[in-house]
Write a protein that binds this ligand. Structure first.
Ligand code: PNW
Length: 468
């Protein structure tokens, strides 16, 4: 038996995102976002699913917060829907949207649950998209103004602010492979977008600190990729894995945390762009001190230098035929081995330990936080909505243990947010993929805690994870 100690002040939380759970898409003065447009475009999401109703959290937030209180979490990672609070993406705020989040944040406070607020979890106001979206620099400035407004409106109720969720997905799934909104398939554009997201992050942090001073704790949540070479003794495979690390991680880590544009990134993408859109002073704007780095982790990859006979990699639902990896068409992603989750993703907890330990070495003094970890499985609810999700419990147990091992080796990991509290709208996969520790019946919207909910409640209660 092995035991892992997660004594206070280690944070145990759950995570959600506005478009995936709120619904009420046309209520309370909310304007449309790029995900409304995208999900309503035929063929974009599996089954044509949309977030119009989702989990109806907009009307059911009180009972959802009661579930969190029952679970015993110390913290809740949520996102603000930008088009709900600022329908045009700039200018006037929507008082009904502000009032909604004030009710949510106030109720969290009453239950002693600390909110960690993500400002951008992919739902760009459609009017900003119509003006160019993330391909124009002005969107970064609009985001910073929105961030300042949120800090002003909610700074009395929230001290933890996360700028962007997974900018890799926005840049490369949104603008390169196009399987996410806005569905653009242009590798060169996706690199410009990555730079504008970096700028948006830096400008927003400066504005949040301007509003809240040292009271604010600022972070970003990155989906960092652990990529292994198929043959560690083949230099071409090792170089392939490094290039994926550059395009998947360093594209954000280096500007945000080191204030530099990596030579390897410029070299890997030289056929697509000369990066002349990075102008004097940009890197200094992007390079803001962070209080925490948020890490979203689900699975790892194995790559090799492409062989002539290698099939093209599949891009998942809505595959456009364009890979999300600009400048990497000579790299093959091998089919994942071993047991897979319902997303087709491998299960590799050791990669999480390696990732955390590696980040700890590279960025000493920067506390880390797992801002998302979890898994989709087929689940199969009975007539009462009960789910004995032993596979999910196994996945969570292994990954929490992986966090425990990183901590034992001296890495400063401050907390763990499980994705997700509820089954919800899983982007291009619609409602077909379930990540929740609470089952949602999408006909009745009834919530039923799964076996994993009781498991997590017990872990949080004892703050010890014991594995046989
Ligand atoms: C993340 N990929 O999305 C998001 O932050 C969540 O909103 C989402 O529900 C969760 O992970 C589970 O998917 C991702 O294709 C979506 O590499 C796609 C990818 C990665 C993360």
């Amino acid at each position: 038996m092995t035991g892992y100690d997660f004594s206070a002040p280690f944070t145990f939380g759950v995570a959600t995102a506005a478009y995936q759970i709120e619904g009420a898409a046309a209520e309370g003065g909310r304007g449309p976002s790029i995900w409304d447009t995208f999900s309503h475009t035929p063929g974009r999401t599996l089954g044509g699913d949309t977030g119009d109703v989702a989990c109806d959290h907009y009307h059911r937030f009180a009972s959802d917060i009661a579930l969190m209180a029952e679970l015993g979490v110390n913290a809740y990672r949520m996102s603000i829907s930008w088009p709900r609070v600022q329908p045009e993406g700039t200018g006037r705020l929507n008082p009904e949207g502000i009032a909604f989040y004030r009710r949510v944040l106030t109720m969290l406070r009453e239950h002693g649950i600390r909110p960690v607020v993500t400002l951008y979890h992919w739902d760009l106001p459609q009017p900003l998209q119509d003006a160019g979206g993330w391909t124009v620099r002005e969107t970064a400035a609009a985001f910073a103004r929105y961030a300042a407004a949120m800090a002003r409106e909610f700074g009395d109720l929230a001290v933890d602010w996360t700028t962007l969720n997974e900018p890799w997905c926005t840049a490369f799934l949104g603008h390169c492979s196009g399987v996410h909104a806005p569905g653009v398939t242009d590798p060169a554009t996706s690199l410009l977008v990555a730079h504008h997201l970096n700028l948006a992050h830096g400008m927003a942090i400066a504005r949040i600190r301007g509003e809240l001073g040292s009271r604010a704790r600022c972070s970003v949540a990155l989906n960092l990729h652990v990529t292994r070479p198929a043959d560690p003794d083949d230099p071409a495979d090792v170089a392939a894995a490094e290039r994926i690390g550059t395009l998947g991680n360093d594209v954000f880590l280096a500007p945000m945390l080191e204030g530099r544009l990596p030579d390897a990134l410029v070299a890997a993408t030289s056929a697509l762009t000369d990066w002349s859109f990075v102008t004097d002073g940009d890197l200094a704007v992007i390079h803001q001190p962070l209080d925490l780095l948020g890490v979203n982790y689900y699975s790892s990859n194995v790559v090799r230098r492409r062989r002539a006979t290698d099939p093209r990699n599949s891009g998942g639902h809505g595959d456009t035929g364009v890979s999300p990896w600009p400048g990497c068409d000579d790299i093959t992603f091998l089919d994942p081995a071993g047991p897979l989750t319902a997303m087709g993703w491998n299960i590799d907890p050791d990669a999480l330990t390696e990732l955390l330990v590696g980040l700890g070495c590279r960025f000493p003094g920067l506390p880390l936080m797992i801002t998302e970890n979890g898994a989709a499985f087929p689940d199969g609810a009975d007539a009462e909505g009960r789910v004995e999700d032993v596979e999910r419990i196994g996945y969570l147990e292994q990954h929490l243990a992986a966090v425990g091992r990183a901590r034992q080796s001296g890495t400063d990991v401050r907390g763990y947010f499980l994705w997700s509290l509820l089954d919800n709208f899983e982007w291009s996969w619609g409602y077909t993929r379930r990540f929740g520790i609470v089952h949602v019946d999408y006909r009745t919207l009834r919530r039923t805690p799964k076996a994993s909910f009781a498991w997590y409640r017990d872990v949080i209660g004892s703050r010890v994870l014991t594995i046989d």
